[in-house]
Design a protein around this ligand. Structure first.
Ligand code: HEM
Length: 221
């Protein structure tokens, strides 16, 4: 098999290795998102932020959590870098495109994945500006994240942008879920449909949890 890297002066990592790494990192990030969405539901408790702020304090001070945060950000950066690298080298490997356009679902989904990924990255930068960069002291903001969430999500255009962000996250996760199984050769006629359905359920549950927080805060629930 021709290694796509031969088209560029990049270190030689076989495209299959990159695909496997992207899939494993994607699985890890999907698990984080479920945990992140669950923790954020505490914002909806009518306790003046006692639970959520206690959770954020724990996240900000515990050393094991701090190491996890570094691993998480490393995983996120590597997932993005390898996905972009794969997309670029795949494109360079067939500069004229295929003679016959492929119409398979997988092909369309994979092409869409890089674009939803780029949109997701833009959304993440905005999201980090609202919270994470405040914690790092890179931008001004309220370090009480319960209050910060209320200040942000009660502004209509910000709430709407977050809802659009969650739709993008949904598309990316839904396709990513099936793609992970495909990379490991587990997506076949027998289990393909089940994998698709579980992927849709997983992405929907996670995104509905995020949505509940923004909608709940917006309507003062
Ligand atoms: C209702 C929606 C959301 C809320 C209220 C929220 C809240 C937060 C807060 C408060 C932080 C800073 C935590 C800290 O460092 O102490 C954070 C960080 C982060 N968020 Fe979100 N988030 C939401 C949705 C999302 C979504 C949809 C994604 C990804 C697609 C995401 C990815 C991240 C990442 C990667 C971090 C940095 C790692 C971390 O500090 O844990 N968040 N978020």
């Amino acid at each position: 098999m021709v290694d796509n890297n031969s088209y560029m002066n990049l270190p030689k990592i076989h495209s299959i290795t990159k695909k496997i790494l992207v899939a494993l990192l994607g699985a890890f990030l999907s698990i984080f998102l479920l945990l992140h969405a669950s923790a954020n539901l505490c914002i909806l408790r009518q306790d003046g932020g006692a639970w959520y702020n206690a959770f954020c304090d724990f996240m900000g001070t515990n050393y094991i959590v701090k190491i996890f945060e570094l691993v998480l950000l490393g995983a996120l950066l590597l997932h993005i870098a390898l996905s972009l690298w794969l997309a670029i080298t795949n494109r360079l490997a067939r500069p004229k495109g295929y003679h016959k356009p492929q119409r398979s679902k997988t092909h369309t989904g994979s092409k869409l994945q890089i674009w939803t990924g780029i949109l997701l990255l833009a959304g993440l930068i905005a999201h980090f500006t609202d919270f994470y960069f405040v914690k790092l002291g890179l931008v001004d903001g309220n370090l009480n994240f319960y209050e910060q969430a209320h200040e942000k999500f009660q502004i209509p255009h910000i709430a709407i942008c977050y809802l659009v962000f969650f739709v993008v996250v949904w598309f990316h996760m839904r396709h990513g879920f099936a793609a992970i199984f495909q990379t490991f050769g587990l997506y076949n006629y027998k289990y393909g449909k089940a994998i698709e359905i579980i992927g849709v359920i997983y992405a929907t549950v996670v995104c509905l949890m995020f949505t509940a927080v923004v909608v709940g805060v917006y309507f003062g629930l």
